[in-house]
Design a protein around this ligand. Structure first.
Ligand SMILES: [Zn+2]
Ligand SMILES: [Zn+2]
Length: 246
């Protein structure tokens, strides 16, 4: 099969960006969110390690920082202490500047000390992922440049590394407390953006998640679909994932 259109046409490159972006969101949702932050699922290192390497290359995010900011969001959701509430800050600011709020929150050492408890640094975290945090995205650029060329590769790389800042920090955190429908009348403003959690790996079902934060499954109605749960089910079938709570 001739796959040269993926690197030789703009729409082929877009397909690459969307598929890789989906994998980045999947790693964020499964590893950082459902497993590390909420402990609802535990992955075998065979499944977890590729997700960690992918996250390092495509986001450069620190696991501790991500976990701390998200736990604080759950602790103070939609109040003045929430690191990124569209109810307090306005939806447009979180949608387009969500990453600025995220960075501000993880810059506070007290937040990390208090909310990243229990997250241990192993060899890779200590010597590669954290000290060489920007090394991941830089290495990714050189890989992308080899495949697409230096200048077109720069556009593709930009699309790849902006995926999480826009879709997770912006769309989930901003629109997931603003538009959509609610299954549960929880005290915060969380919403399910769409019933089909495909593009954002199930993170679209944000109201369900705020009601049941320790569940590894984000869908609750028969017509809702959680792509992240589908991946977890496949990994459980392969004995690479175990549930803590359902
Ligand atoms: Zn939320
Ligand atoms: Zn959560």
């Amino acid at each position: 099969m001739d796959l040269s259109f993926l690197t030789h046409t703009w729409w082929g490159s877009l397909i690459v960006i969307v598929i890789a972006g989906h994998i980045t969101i999947m790693c964020t949702s499964l590893y950082l969110h459902r497993s590390l932050t909420h402990g609802s699922v535990v992955f075998s290192p065979i499944a977890a390690f590729p997700m960690r390497v992918w996250l390092w290359l495509f986001t450069g995010m620190s696991a501790k920082q991500w976990v701390a900011v998200h736990r604080k969001h759950h602790a103070f959701v939609d109040t003045a202490n929430d690191p990124h509430s569209p109810v307090i800050e306005g939806w447009a600011r979180i949608l387009f500047l969500g990453v600025v709020y995220y960075r501000r929150a993880y810059g506070d050492s007290e937040t990390i000390a208090k909310y990243a408890k229990g997250i241990k640094d192993d060899f890779f975290e200590k010597y590669i992922f954290v000290p060489l945090k920007y090394g991941g995205p830089v290495l990714l650029y050189f890989i992308v440049a080899q495949i697409f060329g230096y200048l077109p590769g720069l556009f593709v790389w930009t699309g790849l590394v902006l995926w999480v800042p826009f879709w997770a920090a912006g769309v989930v955190n901003g629109l997931g407390h603003t538009v959509g429908y609610r299954n549960f009348q929880v005290e915060d403003a969380s919403t399910n953006i769409l019933p089909f959690g495909i593009l954002l790996s199930g993170e679209e079902l944000h109201n369900n998640h705020h009601k049941l934060p320790s569940s590894a499954k984000f869908s609750v109605k028969w017509y809702e679909f959680d792509m992240g749960w589908f991946y977890i089910s496949v990994l459980r079938f392969l004995h690479l994932a175990k549930l803590r709570t359902v």
